[in-house]
Ligand binder design. Structure first.
Ligand SMILES: Nc1ncnc2c1ncn2[C@@H]1O[C@H](COP(=O)(O)OP(=O)(O)OP(=O)(O)O)[C@@H](O)[C@H]1O
Length: 483
């Protein structure tokens, strides 16, 4: 992590040469950009910092700006995604979560996950995945997160990543980062009101919650890992296919079977509302937005379908127009879905989740005897499968992208405030795991059963129903763009 910026830049430049010398993949990368991520500077950041790099490296892309929550999810669920070579999210972990779950709403989820690597340009307030990918590849992320992440897109190597299937009373979800109950989940959700201050919101709210500490009653059960791989071999997890063969994992279509015992999942209206909206918006104009000066200009250009010659300069700050025409191949912008483009099936049931079948008992049944059960009062229970839950949250120091392990952290009530403070301070460098009163257990699956109705449970930082939840890991199910 101590490599210099110069070294990094020279590597970046040699990467460009490498890519230019080996044209390889000609399909565009799909860029889904959330203009509301973090402090809301995603468009500007992409234009000024990422576009020049992709352009210089001759990586063609096509940008679609998300218009509302669930836009990205519906987009990947309904479009012919194989016209693109990969899915790049510009935003935080929330937009990645949408895309991952949108892919699992497709009957061809397995092909989609296999063929399309996921990438992320960190513009959110958390950015746990971007940091975890960089950490796994020993890239100096903290010095220049955007450059490191852009290099992953330029290099376009595929690294496998575990996913976790999460089941609540009303939903099936696929998670790439974490499940939380208690202190950290509370901080994640309650600090939303401070979104404008970016990543600092977590620090501010952590202090607030430490003062007003809460405890939660309930039961936590888990299936421990049989044996923990040695530190050296942790990165060499089995592929999903090997794992599936061994454990006879089958494809599942989840909706209407187990979940029908619970409430129905409501379809998001907002996406359809957007599509049904003002025709002026449908034709790609951004007039309804206050903050789209940067992109609107380029949409006009894109609809002209011009082809322009390669730019001579790396980046001309005075020419916002020219920066959007990349080398030889065109990079383009779209505000919303073009109804004539793609294979959207309006009859498709958006409530259906596909994916590998669960190997766990029903959420309403007892857990098997081989599981460990703990009943009592907790400060927090938090499961993570990536090293970082945010740029400054080195939560699971031994986690690898694809090791087939869920790291389950349990902090029971009774921990002293001094220890809890040390725990929270240690989150930034990973020393929190050594605190007394803190258990970090490698598991394959777990179940959380909270008592009462007040509290938050999060999956990848997103709030889900407060109630029983169980989760299991599927090794190497997805792939990410890596440097
Ligand atoms: N145009 C939009 N307007 C409002 N919300 C949006 C829009 N596009 C996407 N969203 C929602 O914004 C949420 C947060 O996005 P994202 O994760 O990109 O940023 P963040 O929350 O700041 O970062 P992090 O998740 O890392 O904390 C997503 O869950 C998504 O549903």
């Amino acid at each position: 992590m101590s490599r210099s910026y110069e070294t990094n830049l020279s590597r970046a430049l040699s990467t460009f040469e490498l890519v230019a010398a080996c044209p390889g993949e000609q399909r565009k990368i799909l860029v889904l950009l959330n203009p509301k991520s973090g402090p809301g500077r995603g468009r500007e950041t992409f234009q000024k910092r990422i576009h020049p790099i992709l352009s210089e490296a001759e990586r063609p892309y096509e940008v679609h700006i998300t218009k509302c929550p669930n836009y990205a999810r519906e987009f990947v669920r309904t479009r012919d995604i194989y016209q693109w070579s990969g899915l790049l999210m510009v935003g935080g972990d929330g937009i990645v979560f949408e895309v991952v779950n949108g892919l699992f709403q497709r009957p061809d989820w397995e092909k989609a996950l296999k063929e399309l690597p996921l990438g992320v340009i960190p513009c959110g307030s958390g950015n746990g995945l971007a940091k975890s990918i960089a950490y796994a590849k020993q890239e100096p992320y903290d010095y220049n997160p955007l450059l490191v992440s852009a290099l992953s897109v330029v290099k376009f190597k595929k690294a496998q990543m575990d996913l976790v299937r999460v089941e609540t009373r009303s939903q099936i979800l696929f998670s790439f980062l974490s499940v939380g109950w208690g202190l950290l989940a509370d901080i994640d959700i309650e600090s939303e009101r401070l979104r404008a201050i970016g990543g600092q919101r977590f620090t501010v709210w952590t202090i607030a919650r430490l003062i007003g500490l809460r405890t939660y009653k309930g039961k936590v059960s888990y299936l421990p890992c049989d044996k923990l791989p040695s530190v050296d071999s942790l990165g060499n997890g089995k592929t999903y296919n090997e794992y599936a063969k061994e454990t006879q994992i089958s494809h599942s279509r989840s909706c209407g079977d187990d979940l029908d015992r619970y409430s129905r999942i409501s379809e998001s209206k907002s996406f359809h509302d957007a599509l049904d909206g003002d025709p002026a918006i449908l034709d790609g104009s951004f007039d309804s937005y206050d903050d789209n000066e940067i992109i609107s200009e380029n949409i006009t250009l894109e609809t002209e379908a011009e082809r322009r010659q390669r730019l001579d300069s790396f980046y001309s700050a005075t020419s916002a127009k020219s920066t959007y025409f990349s080398t030889g191949s065109i990079s383009s912008y779209h505000s919303i879905e073009d109804p004539n483009n793609g294979d959207v099936d309006p009859e498709n049931n958006s409530e259906v989740m596909y994916g590998p079948s669960s190997r766990l008992p029903a959420l309403t049944s007892e857990v098997p005897n081989s599981w460990t059960q703990i009943e009592g009062e907790f400060i927090m229970v938090h499961a993570a499968y990536q090293s970082h839950l945010g740029q400054d949250y080195f939560f699971a120091p031994r986690a690898k992208l694809a090791d087939g392990i869920i790291w389950l952290m349990i902090v029971k009530a009774g921990i002293t405030r001094a220890n809890l403070l040390q725990f929270l301070l240690g989150l930034s460098n990973g020393t929190h795991v050594t605190r007394s009163g803190v258990d970090m257990i490698p598991v394959k699956a777990f179940r959380i059963e909270p008592e009462g109705t007040n509290g938050y449970i999060t999956v990848d930082g997103e709030k889900v129903d407060y109630g029983p939840l169980q989760a299991e890991i599927f090794p190497s199910l997805a792939s990410v763009m890596s440097p």
